[in-house]
Design a protein around this ligand. Structure first.
Ligand code: SF4
Length: 376
């Protein structure tokens, strides 16, 4: 049987999450759910499905000890709903304890290596991306947000790590890629391990929320944490993985490279509505068949819109699933309902986000000062 292949820079999807877990040693989240007093919608709806060493972070939360939440965005354009999932997880895990500090990397080195965007282009996009995550609820008083290319600590760690890895090791994790992508992977390992540098409080649990396709970066970072443990005392980073949303156009994965596959937080409400109304569904060919056989929410991107983002609560998700599978719900009415929810959400998000541009600039400037005050 062909192995699940994970490509953090590709457009493939995950076909079998259970196989992914067993092939890459990702543990299920389910056994840890009782430790959450108020699980996030991602936890209660099974969207966050896997983890590595999440218990270490929960132990820090329970003991009121410092921990970090680290992730980032590749600033190639607008925040899409997949990126929003990572941001939602960061905001949630930051909220679990006042001792939780967020580090958010704007991966402009990767945007250059993978997409050819200049650093001037990405610095403008970054401000809007930071305003988006602030509007999603990030607490700026416990957050450090930076551009990878400006962060000397990350660049230096990436350089140190480049001496500890071989071409074969990177090829085994990522396949044959350009040197620029390998370099950006080493800088990402720098992003992930930076919160444990002595000047930032030293070794501590670090949680990295990511989509399932980003696991290669986690494996590389954990490997490097072990290789450099003696020198830096690194604790292996923990991770939590969310499922990938189905693409609106029926292709494997939502991607910024295919505009009709996704909705972004920048989308105009009417444009988002049009994409939903023409989206692929898990519906049957005729109304009669759908009434008789039921729809297929498991392959339906419209159902994913409810489940991952826009349902009012968990019961609403269950109702949609039940009505769809039972043939009570038809795709036309189902799309109309979610379209209304998406439009309301986007209008509200735009209002909040537009009011936060200055806060985003301030947070980037404050973070720059903070990192440079911590020495080189
Ligand atoms: S009824 Fe809704 S959830 Fe079911 S297949 Fe149709 S669009 Fe998807």
């Amino acid at each position: 049987m062909e192995k699940e292949r994970l490509d953090p820079w590709g457009t493939g999807s995950v076909k079998d999450y259970a196989r992914l877990q067993s092939e890459f040693g990702i543990e299920p989240v389910a056994s840890l759910l009782p430790r959450f007093r108020t699980p996030s919608p991602h936890l209660s709806r099974g969207i966050d499905f896997g983890q590595r060493d999440l218990a270490r972070v929960l132990d820090a939360v329970d003991a009121h000890k410092p921990y970090a939440v680290m992730s980032g965005i590749k600033p190639t354009g607008d925040f899409h709903l997949g990126t929003k999932m990572t941001a939602d997880d960061m905001v949630y895990f930051q909220s679990l304890s006042k001792k939780g500090m967020v580090y958010y990397a704007i991966a402009d080195v990767e945007a250059y290596a993978d997409n050819g965007l200049s650093f001037q282009q990405t610095s403008k996009i970054a401000i809007r991306n930071v305003a988006d995550i602030l509007a999603l609820g990030l607490d700026p008083d416990r957050a450090v947000v930076y551009l990878q290319s400006e962060n000397l600590k990350v660049l230096q760690l990436g350089t140190v790590f480049s001496k500890g890895v071989t071409n074969n090791m990177l090829r085994a994790i990522y396949g044959e890629r350009q040197i620029g992508l390998y370099m950006s992977a080493l800088y990402q390992a720098g992003d992930i391990l930076m919160p444990q540098l002595p000047e930032l409080g030293g070794p501590k649990p670090v949680l990295v929320p990511v989509g399932a396709d980003q696991d290669p970066h986690i494996r590389l970072s954990r490997d490097l944490a072990a290789r450099y443990h003696e020198e830096y005392g690194f604790v292996p980073p923990s991770s939590i993985y969310h499922r990938l949303m189905l693409s609106l156009n029926g292709s494997e994965k939502m991607s910024k490279r295919a505009a009709d596959s996704l909705i972004t937080l920048e989308s105009r409400p009417n444009d988002a509505s049009k994409k939903i109304l023409t989206a692929f569904t898990g519906g049957r060919d005729t109304v009669e068949e759908q009434r008789r056989l039921g729809g297929r929410p498991d392959i339906c991107p419209v159902y994913d819109l409810y489940r991952f983002h826009f349902a009012k609560d968990d019961r609403h998700v269950e109702t949609v699933n039940h009505e769809c599978s039972g043939g009570v719900r038809l795709c036309g009415e189902c799309k109309q309902e979610v379209t209304g929810l998406v439009k309301t959400y986007l209008e509200e998000h735009h209002r909040k986000r537009d009011a936060m541009t200055k806060d985003a600039e301030d947070l980037l400037a404050k973070s720059r000062d903070y990192l440079s005050s911590k020495g080189r």
